[in-house]
Structure formats: C-alpha cells, structure tokens
Design a protein around this ligand. Structure first.
Ligand SMILES: [Cu+2]
Length: 350
C-alpha cells in the first residue's frame, strides 16, 4: 500500500507527501549508516545538523531533520523518568489510594524540528503522564474532557465493566471518575476508547500504566519508552516514527547510563496504522519480560517485536563504555525517526 504511493510520490512533486520529503532527507544520510559513524565517534554534537551531505543544510528536502524541536515544548528526555505516583492517601481500610487528575486537551505538538501535529492529549503531552502504582492500590482518576471531541480513558488491567472506559463516553465539558483496584502487576497502558478508535489513539490519547509488584523490582535505572508514529498529512500512514514522540530525540540527546548498572526499559507499542514495531539493542542482549507480569521467566535476546498495544519490560547491563544505538529493526522506521543512542559512561569508582 505504502510502497506504491512512495514510488509515485517521488516522481510527482505536486503530490509528494511529507513522508517522502522526510525520507529523502534521511536516506543514506543518517539512519543506520550515520549510526555506524556515531559508534565510530563521528556523531555530530548536540544541536548540530544530524544530516550532512544529501543536499546541504538548507535543502528544503531536509525538513524535519535539521536542528532540534523547541525547548518550550515536550521534554522527551525528562519523560523517560517522569513517573506519576499520584496524590497518596490511606483509606480507613488501610488500603493506599492514589488519585490522579487527567484532562483531555487539544494541543499542537512538535514531533520533529519544524514538523507539527495537531494532537489530542491527556494533560497536554503525548504520551500522557506515566501512571504508576503498586498492585492492590486503589486508583481514583478524575477525568475531565476539555477537548473538542468525546473521549474516555480505557485502562488495561482487571476491573469492573463500568470502569472500563468504553461505553461511558465523556463529551466535551463533562467529567468522569474511574475507580478500581490496580491489578495485575505488570506494564499496562491507558488510552481513549471513543470511536473511531484508531483516530483517537493516533491523535495522541494514550499513556503508560505501571503496576509495580508488591515486593518491587530490583533497583535499576528505569526508563519509559513508548514507540509511536505520526500521520502528519492524514493519508492513513505515518510520516514520523519515534519513541516518546520526538523523531531522533535520543540520537540528538543520547541517554546517559553507567557501565555495569542495571537498566530497565518499559517498552510499549502505541503505533497506529503499522501492525508491528520493534526494538533492537546494539552491543548487548536483554532479559525480556513480556507484559512485565512475571518476575522470573524471561527470554534472552537483542530484538523484540511488539504488536499494537503490546508491552514488555527489558533489563540489561552494559559491560563496556561507549555509544550504542537502539532503534526499530524495521529500517524504514529507524530512518524516519525511531532511532536513539545509549551513552554508556565508564563506571565511577568510589
Ligand atoms: Cu478520544
């Protein structure tokens, strides 16, 4: 489907899609080729043009690939570790209650330098806040729809039908309170379930929902990564791919981790239109805990493929310092923005 359009788009400038523009800027210039260069130490400094050659810095075909997104917008680096534990109270029964305020608002977001997307958001960001609690906690989520369309919040997990966020559609200006006990432990999602579903999700109404096991997980450097994409010209196909919304953000701003430390990535797939997305880690293998619901059994691999809505918990440790790429193993997605770098710092001796 997409292949036909891509090929014809290259020959008819009037009908060229942003995806074609974005791709032509990427092809051969960054993507996997420049990644190899990055590992060799030739990665451009932060804020320097990521691409070189391929027409020069002012070539309009490089739209979306030069410079950086506005610092006034979403901070994808901060989002990695921004876990929202809610406002905590203890109920008379002794049960912990965590209360959250979530408001749906329409907001334009910047998904690549100069590439904007008219999003529908929870609390103004895509993804929405990462809701985190412990199995057995009472969750109370006060949802207000301040957007322009009917929305809901559908939480994954075990709960009553009336709290499923499907049939109780919240129209603009109205509110709804979701209340349920958090279960089971694992890495879940929440997202709008109003119709048409793929449009409401694709517009940005989704977020991560972590239910920690009562005994916790081993101490680690924890990072949230939701794989997503954006159809910036509404042709039913994504033009931009990323983890946490901003194309190439973690290539421009590598994620610093320490040699020898345990890193835990909560990896979810919220990509619409494409059935599958994937994560490949360079120079290492990881323990893969599917849906994060089992603390013991895992798979030992360097690549995981997730369908729409699937999640996994990945744990790994780097033995050697240096820069290592992580990216979608669909090279097409990597070239369109789903690409990042772990910057492994030498272990500091105390
Ligand atoms: Cu919606």
């Amino acid at each position: 489907m997409g292949d036909t359009r891509e090929e014809s788009g290259g020959q008819t400038p009037a009908g060229i899609s942003r995806r074609d523009l974005f791709r032509s800027g990427m092809a051969g210039a960054v993507g996997l080729a420049a990644g190899a260069g990055a590992l060799a130490g030739s990665r451009p400094r932060d804020n320097a043009p990521i691409l070189s050659g391929a027409g020069g810095a002012h070539d309009p075909e490089l739209a979306g690939t030069q410079g950086d997104v506005s610092p006034d917008g979403f901070d994808a680096t901060a989002f990695l570790k921004n876990f929202d534990f809610g406002s905590v109270t203890t109920l008379p029964s002794g049960q912990i209650q965590r209360e959250y305020e979530i408001t749906a608002v329409d907001r334009e977001i910047e998904v690549a330098p100069g590439v904007h997307f008219a999003a529908w958001t929870y609390n103004g960001t895509v993804p929405g806040p990462t809701i985190r609690c412990t199995e057995g906690d009472r969750l109370k989520v006060n949802f207000t729809n301040a957007g322009s369309h009917p929305h809901t919040i559908h939480f994954h997990g075990v709960h009553e039908a009336g709290m499923d966020g499907v049939f109780e559609v919240v129209v603009p200006g109205e509110s709804f309170v979701y209340e349920f006990d958090a279960a089971p432990m694992g890495f879940h999602l929440y997202h709008c379930h109003a119709l048409p579903l793929k449009r409401h999700i694709h517009k940005g109404l989704y977020g991560a929902f972590i239910v920690d096991p009562p005994e916790g997980r081993p101490e680690a450097n924890e990072l949230m990564m939701l794989m997503n994409g954006f159809d910036t010209n509404y042709d039913g196909d994504n033009e931009v791919y990323a983890v946490n919304s901003v194309a190439f953000h973690y290539q421009r701003h590598p994620i610093e981790i320490e040699q020898g430390e345990l890193v835990r990535v909560y990896l979810g797939n919220m990509t619409e239109f494409d059935l599958l997305n994937s994560f490949h880690l360079h120079g290492n293998f990881f323990r893969l805990y599917r849906t994060g619901t089992d603390l013991e059994r895992y798979e030992w691999t360097d690549t995981v493929m997730l369908c729409q809505g699937e999640r996994a918990v990945l744990e790994f440790t780097y033995d050697y310092p240096g820069q290592y790429m992580f990216h979608a193993h669909q090279s097409e997605f990597a070239e369109l923005g789903w690409m990042g770098i772990f910057d492994v710092k030498p272990k500091t001796l105390v």
